[in-house]
Design a protein around this ligand. Structure first.
Ligand SMILES: [Zn+2]
Ligand SMILES: [Zn+2]
Length: 138
């Protein structure tokens, strides 16, 4: 999202809305990805050389379970406050900061549910949905 500085009149705030493609934000990191565009809304106001942006980002987030490798979705939502020094600038792009905030939220390891039983290390069966004889034999 690009905010043009010359749109601001006095200290009146402006509101912006945009759908952002996950590809443009470059936020696909393997265990976490975003199957649909994210919705980004921002309210911004200017005082002298400062621009303050209060952004809200939301979207559907898909994870791959670390144990059973099943994919599952949850909703991502975050409020972000950003400050920019706009001295000499015509516009400000907030995408990089929004990206950083989204990536801050990513877990190292995710489970589809707290008691996920994972995959059988011998035959690869998903033990949440099927059983196998491997552990019996062991
Ligand atoms: Zn799982
Ligand atoms: Zn097995």
């Amino acid at each position: 999202m690009k905010i043009q500085i010359n749109q601001f009149k006095g200290d009146k705030s402006l509101t912006f809305e945009e759908e952002v493609s996950p590809d443009d934000l470059d936020i696909d990191i393997g265990i976490m990805h975003f199957p649909k565009p994210l919705y980004l809304k921002a309210e911004a106001w200017k005082s002298d050389n400062d621009l303050t942006v209060e952004a809200h980002v939301e979207g559907e987030r898909a994870f791959t379970c670390s144990l059973c490798l099943e994919e599952f979705n949850n909703v991502f939502e975050k409020d972000i406050t950003l400050h920019y020094d706009i001295k000499g600038l015509d516009s400000v792009s907030i995408d990089q900061d929004v990206r950083d905030e989204i990536l801050l939220e990513h877990p190292i390891r995710v489970l589809c549910r707290p008691d996920c039983r994972g995959l059988c290390p011998y035959c690869g069966a998903n033990l949440n949905t099927e059983s196998c004889d491997c552990q019996v034999r062991e």
